[in-house]
Design a protein around this ligand. Sequence first.
Ligand code: ZN
Length: 223
Amino acid sequence: MSINIKQSVKCPNCGQMSDITVWSSITVKDSPDLKTDLLSGKVNMFVCPSCETRALMPHPMLYHDEDMKLMISFSPTNDAVLAEQLFDNVQTSSKQSGELDKLEGYNLRFITDYNELLEKLLIFDNGLNDKAIEVIKLMILSQDADKSEQRVCRFGKREGDTLEFMIYDFIENQVYTSAVPHNTYTTVYDSLIQSGMKPYSFDWERVDGSYATRLLNGFNNNF
Ligand SMILES: [Zn+2]
């Protein structure tokens, strides 16, 4: 079930009060329009009607796509220590409530960054697996290894047999694109499956750059 609350928010820039609908739960089956809004970055994003200042509401949100067997727990924070605590909490409460048993065959993702949330939705919407995508992103960034620390790579779109990635360079203040053939994705995906990776979750997972590094170093998500 999709759940929201209405809140009055004071603009951090100009002080104007306005109302915003904050979503704590989105179920795609009930609310396909909400998914569209989410993909366009409108959900839980405060936009001041007076000065157009944008700010993400600091509320957690649970995203559930039954057909795709995808559940995303989104807890916005920039604090790495807090993120780890919140992740632990989600894992623990999910086990204790017995919820995990009902989510067999699901992909369960824990995310703290809004852009990463949107990227995950795009990846799964395009019929791709984010674990293989994270490995490809590492491969792209390693092509210019000296600059990988100052860059963020994100999946952009799929066009026919090509996957397009965006590379944001924060020092050069540039955006590059990188095109990867879908065949490369298939090769990476198949070799990850052969090495023991499961295309679904046994527990909540944080699938990001450090996950992909562990994956490449021989980690797999078997028990
Ligand atoms: Zn304002």
